[in-house]
Design a protein around this ligand. Structure first.
Ligand code: 9MR
Length: 397
Protein backbone atom coordinates (compact mmCIF):
# COMPACT_ATOMS: atom_id res chain seq x y z
CA UNK A 1 0.00 0.00 0.00
CA UNK A 2 2.72 2.39 1.09
CA UNK A 3 4.83 1.38 -1.91
CA UNK A 4 1.91 1.99 -4.27
CA UNK A 5 1.32 5.43 -2.81
CA UNK A 6 4.96 6.35 -3.16
CA UNK A 7 5.10 5.15 -6.74
CA UNK A 8 1.87 6.94 -7.57
CA UNK A 9 3.20 10.12 -6.05
CA UNK A 10 6.41 9.90 -8.05
CA UNK A 11 4.49 9.15 -11.21
CA UNK A 12 2.25 12.15 -10.61
CA UNK A 13 5.29 14.37 -10.11
CA UNK A 14 7.03 13.16 -13.24
CA UNK A 15 5.29 15.53 -15.64
CA UNK A 16 6.39 18.49 -13.55
CA UNK A 17 9.95 17.22 -13.58
CA UNK A 18 9.61 17.14 -17.37
CA UNK A 19 8.04 20.59 -17.39
CA UNK A 20 4.72 19.27 -18.64
CA UNK A 21 1.20 19.60 -17.29
CA UNK A 22 -0.74 16.47 -16.40
CA UNK A 23 -4.01 15.44 -18.01
CA UNK A 24 -6.66 18.07 -17.05
CA UNK A 25 -3.89 20.36 -15.81
CA UNK A 26 -3.53 24.00 -16.87
CA UNK A 27 -1.07 24.61 -19.71
CA UNK A 28 -1.57 28.24 -20.62
CA UNK A 29 -3.61 31.40 -20.35
CA UNK A 30 -3.17 35.02 -19.38
CA UNK A 31 -1.07 35.19 -16.22
CA UNK A 32 -0.10 31.49 -16.32
CA UNK A 33 3.55 30.92 -15.57
CA UNK A 34 3.54 27.11 -15.32
CA UNK A 35 4.24 24.45 -17.96
CA UNK A 36 2.89 25.08 -21.45
CA UNK A 37 3.21 21.56 -22.80
CA UNK A 38 1.12 18.53 -21.93
CA UNK A 39 1.85 14.91 -21.10
CA UNK A 40 1.58 12.41 -23.91
CA UNK A 41 -1.94 11.53 -24.94
CA UNK A 42 -3.27 14.98 -24.17
CA UNK A 43 -3.40 18.25 -26.06
CA UNK A 44 -3.06 21.76 -24.72
CA UNK A 45 -6.39 23.29 -25.72
CA UNK A 46 -7.37 26.94 -25.45
CA UNK A 47 -10.62 27.10 -23.50
CA UNK A 48 -10.59 30.85 -23.04
CA UNK A 49 -7.96 33.59 -22.95
CA UNK A 50 -7.33 32.82 -19.29
CA UNK A 51 -7.24 29.07 -19.36
CA UNK A 52 -5.76 26.39 -21.57
CA UNK A 53 -6.08 22.81 -20.41
CA UNK A 54 -4.47 19.44 -21.21
CA UNK A 55 -7.38 17.50 -22.66
CA UNK A 56 -7.27 13.83 -23.68
CA UNK A 57 -6.70 13.24 -27.37
CA UNK A 58 -4.31 14.04 -30.17
CA UNK A 59 -3.70 17.37 -31.82
CA UNK A 60 -6.47 17.07 -34.42
CA UNK A 61 -9.20 18.80 -32.43
CA UNK A 62 -9.44 22.41 -31.25
CA UNK A 63 -6.51 24.70 -32.06
CA UNK A 64 -3.96 24.19 -29.29
CA UNK A 65 -1.51 26.78 -28.08
CA UNK A 66 1.07 24.03 -27.94
CA UNK A 67 0.88 20.35 -28.64
CA UNK A 68 1.91 17.24 -26.80
CA UNK A 69 5.46 16.16 -26.35
CA UNK A 70 6.91 13.88 -28.94
CA UNK A 71 6.95 10.80 -26.71
CA UNK A 72 5.61 7.73 -28.42
CA UNK A 73 1.85 7.74 -28.98
CA UNK A 74 1.91 4.02 -29.76
CA UNK A 75 1.31 2.97 -26.18
CA UNK A 76 -2.23 2.20 -25.11
CA UNK A 77 -4.67 4.92 -26.05
CA UNK A 78 -5.58 7.09 -23.08
CA UNK A 79 -8.54 5.60 -21.31
CA UNK A 80 -10.70 8.39 -19.99
CA UNK A 81 -10.98 8.37 -16.24
CA UNK A 82 -13.16 11.44 -16.45
CA UNK A 83 -15.82 12.00 -13.84
CA UNK A 84 -17.94 15.07 -13.54
CA UNK A 85 -20.18 16.49 -16.23
CA UNK A 86 -17.70 18.96 -17.66
CA UNK A 87 -14.81 16.51 -17.69
CA UNK A 88 -16.96 13.97 -19.46
CA UNK A 89 -18.27 16.53 -21.95
CA UNK A 90 -14.75 17.71 -22.75
CA UNK A 91 -13.45 14.16 -23.03
CA UNK A 92 -16.22 13.61 -25.57
CA UNK A 93 -15.08 16.61 -27.61
CA UNK A 94 -17.45 19.31 -26.36
CA UNK A 95 -16.18 22.67 -25.17
CA UNK A 96 -18.04 22.63 -21.86
CA UNK A 97 -20.85 21.47 -19.65
CA UNK A 98 -22.06 24.50 -17.74
CA UNK A 99 -24.71 26.01 -15.54
CA UNK A 100 -26.54 29.24 -14.93
CA UNK A 101 -26.12 30.83 -11.52
CA UNK A 102 -27.27 33.95 -9.74
CA UNK A 103 -25.59 36.36 -7.34
CA UNK A 104 -27.86 35.70 -4.36
CA UNK A 105 -26.92 32.02 -4.50
CA UNK A 106 -23.23 32.60 -4.03
CA UNK A 107 -23.43 32.90 -0.24
CA UNK A 108 -24.47 29.23 -0.02
CA UNK A 109 -21.17 27.45 0.55
CA UNK A 110 -22.49 23.96 -0.12
CA UNK A 111 -23.84 25.26 -3.43
CA UNK A 112 -20.68 27.07 -4.48
CA UNK A 113 -18.58 24.00 -3.65
CA UNK A 114 -20.34 22.27 -6.55
CA UNK A 115 -20.59 25.38 -8.76
CA UNK A 116 -16.85 26.01 -8.48
CA UNK A 117 -15.96 22.42 -9.27
CA UNK A 118 -14.62 22.55 -12.78
CA UNK A 119 -15.02 18.83 -13.17
CA UNK A 120 -18.77 19.38 -13.04
CA UNK A 121 -19.08 22.81 -14.65
CA UNK A 122 -16.76 24.34 -17.19
CA UNK A 123 -18.96 27.29 -18.02
CA UNK A 124 -21.18 29.81 -16.19
CA UNK A 125 -24.06 31.99 -17.33
CA UNK A 126 -25.40 34.83 -15.19
CA UNK A 127 -29.11 34.05 -14.89
CA UNK A 128 -29.99 37.71 -14.37
CA UNK A 129 -27.12 40.04 -13.63
CA UNK A 130 -25.99 40.87 -17.16
CA UNK A 131 -29.48 41.69 -18.43
CA UNK A 132 -30.48 45.20 -19.48
CA UNK A 133 -32.34 46.08 -16.26
CA UNK A 134 -29.28 45.04 -14.24
CA UNK A 135 -26.62 46.68 -16.38
CA UNK A 136 -28.20 49.93 -17.67
CA UNK A 137 -31.14 50.66 -15.35
CA UNK A 138 -31.25 54.26 -16.54
CA UNK A 139 -29.88 55.65 -19.75
CA UNK A 140 -26.10 55.76 -19.81
CA UNK A 141 -25.87 54.61 -16.19
CA UNK A 142 -24.01 51.31 -16.46
CA UNK A 143 -23.60 49.08 -13.41
CA UNK A 144 -21.55 45.93 -13.74
CA UNK A 145 -20.86 44.93 -10.15
CA UNK A 146 -23.26 41.96 -10.08
CA UNK A 147 -22.31 40.79 -13.54
CA UNK A 148 -18.66 41.15 -12.61
CA UNK A 149 -19.15 38.88 -9.61
CA UNK A 150 -20.20 36.05 -11.93
CA UNK A 151 -17.58 36.87 -14.56
CA UNK A 152 -14.82 36.98 -11.92
CA UNK A 153 -15.97 33.71 -10.43
CA UNK A 154 -15.82 32.02 -13.82
CA UNK A 155 -12.35 33.47 -14.37
CA UNK A 156 -11.12 32.36 -10.93
CA UNK A 157 -12.50 28.87 -11.53
CA UNK A 158 -11.08 28.63 -15.06
CA UNK A 159 -14.61 28.37 -16.45
CA UNK A 160 -15.93 29.80 -19.69
CA UNK A 161 -18.48 32.60 -19.54
CA UNK A 162 -21.59 32.90 -21.70
CA UNK A 163 -22.93 36.46 -21.76
CA UNK A 164 -26.71 36.69 -21.34
CA UNK A 165 -28.04 38.91 -22.81
CA UNK A 166 -27.91 42.06 -24.84
CA UNK A 167 -31.31 42.71 -26.45
CA UNK A 168 -34.47 41.15 -24.99
CA UNK A 169 -38.04 42.35 -24.59
CA UNK A 170 -38.09 41.14 -20.95
CA UNK A 171 -36.26 42.58 -17.95
CA UNK A 172 -36.02 45.68 -20.07
CA UNK A 173 -36.17 48.99 -18.18
CA UNK A 174 -39.14 51.22 -18.99
CA UNK A 175 -36.82 54.00 -20.14
CA UNK A 176 -36.22 51.75 -23.18
CA UNK A 177 -39.61 50.09 -23.63
CA UNK A 178 -41.61 53.29 -23.09
CA UNK A 179 -39.04 55.84 -24.12
CA UNK A 180 -40.88 56.93 -27.27
CA UNK A 181 -37.64 56.79 -29.24
CA UNK A 182 -37.44 57.36 -32.98
CA UNK A 183 -35.80 54.66 -35.10
CA UNK A 184 -32.54 56.62 -35.16
CA UNK A 185 -32.60 57.16 -31.41
CA UNK A 186 -33.38 53.52 -30.61
CA UNK A 187 -30.60 52.40 -32.95
CA UNK A 188 -28.20 54.47 -30.91
CA UNK A 189 -29.65 53.15 -27.63
CA UNK A 190 -29.11 49.55 -28.78
CA UNK A 191 -25.63 50.28 -30.09
CA UNK A 192 -24.58 51.98 -26.88
CA UNK A 193 -25.97 49.19 -24.71
CA UNK A 194 -24.52 46.25 -26.67
CA UNK A 195 -21.25 47.99 -27.26
CA UNK A 196 -20.72 49.03 -23.63
CA UNK A 197 -21.76 45.61 -22.31
CA UNK A 198 -19.54 43.59 -24.62
CA UNK A 199 -16.64 46.01 -24.30
CA UNK A 200 -16.81 45.67 -20.51
CA UNK A 201 -16.51 41.88 -20.76
CA UNK A 202 -14.23 41.89 -23.79
CA UNK A 203 -11.99 38.84 -23.88
CA UNK A 204 -13.86 37.15 -21.05
CA UNK A 205 -16.99 35.82 -22.72
CA UNK A 206 -16.80 32.76 -24.91
CA UNK A 207 -20.18 33.68 -26.36
CA UNK A 208 -22.97 36.23 -26.03
CA UNK A 209 -26.71 35.82 -26.44
CA UNK A 210 -26.91 39.06 -28.36
CA UNK A 211 -30.58 38.73 -29.27
CA UNK A 212 -32.88 36.75 -27.01
CA UNK A 213 -36.29 35.34 -27.95
CA UNK A 214 -37.15 37.43 -31.04
CA UNK A 215 -40.08 35.27 -32.21
CA UNK A 216 -43.57 34.32 -31.10
CA UNK A 217 -44.38 30.62 -31.04
CA UNK A 218 -46.27 30.90 -34.35
CA UNK A 219 -43.12 32.18 -36.07
CA UNK A 220 -44.21 35.81 -36.30
CA UNK A 221 -41.94 38.49 -34.88
CA UNK A 222 -42.46 39.35 -31.27
CA UNK A 223 -44.13 42.70 -30.93
CA UNK A 224 -41.77 44.66 -28.69
CA UNK A 225 -40.21 48.11 -28.74
CA UNK A 226 -37.32 46.89 -30.89
CA UNK A 227 -39.41 45.28 -33.64
CA UNK A 228 -42.14 47.89 -33.47
CA UNK A 229 -39.67 50.74 -33.92
CA UNK A 230 -37.02 49.23 -36.17
CA UNK A 231 -38.59 46.21 -37.80
CA UNK A 232 -36.28 43.24 -38.22
CA UNK A 233 -33.23 45.51 -38.57
CA UNK A 234 -32.67 45.63 -34.81
CA UNK A 235 -31.13 42.16 -34.96
CA UNK A 236 -28.45 43.32 -37.38
CA UNK A 237 -27.88 46.52 -35.42
CA UNK A 238 -27.29 44.56 -32.21
CA UNK A 239 -25.08 41.90 -33.81
CA UNK A 240 -22.89 44.46 -35.56
CA UNK A 241 -22.44 46.50 -32.39
CA UNK A 242 -21.56 43.32 -30.51
CA UNK A 243 -18.99 42.19 -33.08
CA UNK A 244 -17.30 45.60 -33.10
CA UNK A 245 -17.11 45.59 -29.29
CA UNK A 246 -15.71 42.07 -28.80
CA UNK A 247 -14.55 40.48 -32.05
CA UNK A 248 -13.50 37.33 -30.17
CA UNK A 249 -16.93 36.46 -28.77
CA UNK A 250 -19.25 34.05 -30.55
CA UNK A 251 -22.47 35.91 -31.25
CA UNK A 252 -25.72 34.02 -30.73
CA UNK A 253 -29.43 34.35 -31.16
CA UNK A 254 -31.02 32.45 -28.27
CA UNK A 255 -34.58 31.11 -28.46
CA UNK A 256 -37.03 28.60 -26.95
CA UNK A 257 -39.51 26.28 -28.65
CA UNK A 258 -37.25 26.02 -31.68
CA UNK A 259 -36.43 22.48 -30.55
CA UNK A 260 -39.58 21.34 -32.33
CA UNK A 261 -39.85 21.43 -36.10
CA UNK A 262 -42.49 24.00 -36.93
CA UNK A 263 -43.18 27.63 -37.59
CA UNK A 264 -40.87 29.07 -34.93
CA UNK A 265 -37.84 26.97 -35.90
CA UNK A 266 -38.53 27.72 -39.57
CA UNK A 267 -38.73 31.46 -38.90
CA UNK A 268 -35.40 31.45 -37.06
CA UNK A 269 -33.79 29.33 -39.74
CA UNK A 270 -34.81 31.76 -42.45
CA UNK A 271 -33.65 34.71 -40.33
CA UNK A 272 -30.27 33.01 -39.84
CA UNK A 273 -29.96 32.36 -43.57
CA UNK A 274 -30.76 35.94 -44.49
CA UNK A 275 -28.38 37.36 -41.87
CA UNK A 276 -25.54 35.14 -43.11
CA UNK A 277 -26.32 35.98 -46.74
CA UNK A 278 -26.12 39.67 -45.87
CA UNK A 279 -22.78 39.21 -44.09
CA UNK A 280 -24.19 40.05 -40.67
CA UNK A 281 -22.01 38.63 -37.87
CA UNK A 282 -23.83 35.62 -36.44
CA UNK A 283 -21.96 32.60 -35.09
CA UNK A 284 -24.44 30.49 -33.21
CA UNK A 285 -27.95 29.57 -32.20
CA UNK A 286 -28.88 28.87 -28.60
CA UNK A 287 -31.50 26.20 -27.96
CA UNK A 288 -32.89 27.00 -24.53
CA UNK A 289 -34.47 23.56 -23.96
CA UNK A 290 -36.91 24.26 -21.13
CA UNK A 291 -38.69 20.92 -21.34
CA UNK A 292 -41.38 18.87 -19.60
CA UNK A 293 -40.76 15.32 -18.37
CA UNK A 294 -42.05 12.80 -20.91
CA UNK A 295 -42.39 15.48 -23.59
CA UNK A 296 -38.84 16.01 -24.78
CA UNK A 297 -38.92 16.68 -28.53
CA UNK A 298 -37.43 13.96 -30.71
CA UNK A 299 -36.74 16.61 -33.36
CA UNK A 300 -34.02 18.41 -31.37
CA UNK A 301 -31.09 16.81 -33.19
CA UNK A 302 -32.65 17.39 -36.61
CA UNK A 303 -33.32 21.06 -35.94
CA UNK A 304 -29.81 21.61 -34.57
CA UNK A 305 -28.42 20.03 -37.73
CA UNK A 306 -30.46 22.41 -39.89
CA UNK A 307 -28.56 25.27 -38.27
CA UNK A 308 -25.13 23.64 -38.27
CA UNK A 309 -25.65 22.94 -41.98
CA UNK A 310 -25.53 26.73 -42.44
CA UNK A 311 -22.08 26.78 -40.84
CA UNK A 312 -23.35 28.01 -37.49
CA UNK A 313 -22.55 26.41 -34.16
CA UNK A 314 -25.33 25.53 -31.76
CA UNK A 315 -25.52 25.11 -28.00
CA UNK A 316 -28.05 23.97 -25.44
CA UNK A 317 -28.20 27.09 -23.34
CA UNK A 318 -30.86 26.78 -20.61
CA UNK A 319 -31.67 23.11 -20.11
CA UNK A 320 -34.15 21.97 -17.49
CA UNK A 321 -36.90 19.34 -17.54
CA UNK A 322 -39.78 20.03 -15.19
CA UNK A 323 -42.50 17.78 -13.85
CA UNK A 324 -45.83 18.11 -12.11
CA UNK A 325 -45.21 17.69 -8.38
CA UNK A 326 -44.96 15.60 -6.33
CA UNK A 327 -42.03 13.81 -7.88
CA UNK A 328 -42.44 10.04 -8.06
CA UNK A 329 -39.84 7.38 -8.80
CA UNK A 330 -41.48 6.91 -12.19
CA UNK A 331 -41.24 10.61 -13.01
CA UNK A 332 -37.62 10.78 -11.85
CA UNK A 333 -36.81 7.72 -13.99
CA UNK A 334 -38.50 9.30 -17.01
CA UNK A 335 -36.56 12.50 -16.31
CA UNK A 336 -33.33 10.49 -16.34
CA UNK A 337 -34.20 9.17 -19.80
CA UNK A 338 -35.21 12.64 -20.95
CA UNK A 339 -31.94 14.23 -19.82
CA UNK A 340 -30.04 11.43 -21.53
CA UNK A 341 -31.89 11.98 -24.79
CA UNK A 342 -31.38 15.74 -24.81
CA UNK A 343 -27.66 15.43 -24.10
CA UNK A 344 -27.38 12.68 -26.73
CA UNK A 345 -28.86 15.02 -29.32
CA UNK A 346 -26.01 17.47 -28.67
CA UNK A 347 -23.48 14.63 -28.68
CA UNK A 348 -24.74 13.54 -32.10
CA UNK A 349 -24.28 16.99 -33.62
CA UNK A 350 -20.66 17.92 -34.19
CA UNK A 351 -21.42 21.64 -34.20
CA UNK A 352 -23.17 21.47 -30.82
CA UNK A 353 -20.44 23.00 -28.67
CA UNK A 354 -21.83 22.62 -25.18
CA UNK A 355 -24.69 22.26 -22.77
CA UNK A 356 -25.77 24.62 -20.00
CA UNK A 357 -28.36 23.72 -17.36
CA UNK A 358 -30.50 26.61 -16.11
CA UNK A 359 -29.08 26.20 -12.64
CA UNK A 360 -28.18 22.75 -11.42
CA UNK A 361 -30.24 22.47 -8.26
CA UNK A 362 -33.98 22.51 -7.64
CA UNK A 363 -33.22 24.88 -4.77
CA UNK A 364 -32.67 27.73 -7.21
CA UNK A 365 -34.71 26.74 -10.25
CA UNK A 366 -36.93 29.39 -11.81
CA UNK A 367 -39.61 26.75 -12.55
CA UNK A 368 -41.76 26.63 -9.35
CA UNK A 369 -42.05 30.43 -9.34
CA UNK A 370 -43.34 30.46 -12.90
CA UNK A 371 -45.28 27.22 -13.32
CA UNK A 372 -47.50 26.62 -10.32
CA UNK A 373 -47.37 23.00 -9.10
CA UNK A 374 -44.32 22.15 -11.20
CA UNK A 375 -40.68 21.77 -10.32
CA UNK A 376 -37.89 19.23 -9.72
CA UNK A 377 -36.48 20.28 -13.09
CA UNK A 378 -32.75 20.11 -12.32
CA UNK A 379 -30.18 17.30 -12.04
CA UNK A 380 -29.47 18.02 -8.34
CA UNK A 381 -32.31 18.16 -5.78
CA UNK A 382 -33.00 20.91 -3.26
CA UNK A 383 -30.55 19.32 -0.82
CA UNK A 384 -27.81 19.35 -3.42
CA UNK A 385 -27.96 15.59 -3.90
CA UNK A 386 -27.61 14.20 -7.41
CA UNK A 387 -30.84 12.85 -8.89
CA UNK A 388 -31.28 10.07 -11.44
CA UNK A 389 -31.21 12.86 -14.04
CA UNK A 390 -27.49 13.23 -13.32
CA UNK A 391 -26.91 9.61 -14.37
CA UNK A 392 -28.94 10.27 -17.50
CA UNK A 393 -26.52 13.04 -18.45
CA UNK A 394 -23.41 11.00 -17.70
CA UNK A 395 -24.81 8.05 -19.68
CA UNK A 396 -25.10 10.27 -22.74
CA UNK A 397 -21.67 11.83 -22.31
O1 9MR B 1 -33.81 32.48 -14.45
C1 9MR B 1 -34.32 33.77 -14.70
C2 9MR B 1 -35.24 34.17 -13.56
O2 9MR B 1 -34.53 34.27 -12.35
C3 9MR B 1 -35.93 35.47 -13.88
O3 9MR B 1 -36.88 35.76 -12.89
C4 9MR B 1 -36.60 35.36 -15.24
C5 9MR B 1 -37.28 36.66 -15.57
O4 9MR B 1 -37.48 36.88 -16.90
O5 9MR B 1 -35.63 35.02 -16.24
C6 9MR B 1 -35.09 33.77 -16.01
O6 9MR B 1 -34.24 33.37 -17.07
C7 9MR B 1 -34.84 33.29 -18.36
C8 9MR B 1 -33.76 33.59 -19.36
O7 9MR B 1 -33.17 34.82 -19.09
C9 9MR B 1 -34.30 33.57 -20.79
N1 9MR B 1 -34.99 32.35 -21.09
C10 9MR B 1 -35.98 31.92 -20.11
C11 9MR B 1 -35.36 31.89 -18.71
C12 9MR B 1 -36.37 31.36 -17.69
O8 9MR B 1 -37.45 32.24 -17.57
Amino acid sequence: MKLTTTFATLAALLPFALGQSAEWGQCGGIGWTGPTTCVSGTVCTVLNPYFSQCLPGSSSSAPPTTTTSSSSPTSTAPTSTATGLNKLAQAAGKKYFGTATDNSELTNKAYTAILDNKSEFGQLTAANSMKWDATEPSRGDFTFSSGDQIANLAKANGQLLRGHNCVWYNQLPSWVSSGGFSAAQLTSVIQTHCSTLLTHYKGQAYAWDVVNEPFNDDGTWRSDVFYNTLGTSYVQIALEAARAADPGAKLYINEYNIEYTGAKATALLSLAKSLLAAGVPLDGIGFQCHFIVGQVPTSLQTVMQQFTALGLEVAITELDIRMTLPATNALLAQQETDYENVVKACMNVKGCVGITVWDFTDEYSWVPGTFSGQGEACPWNQNLQKKPAYSGITAAL
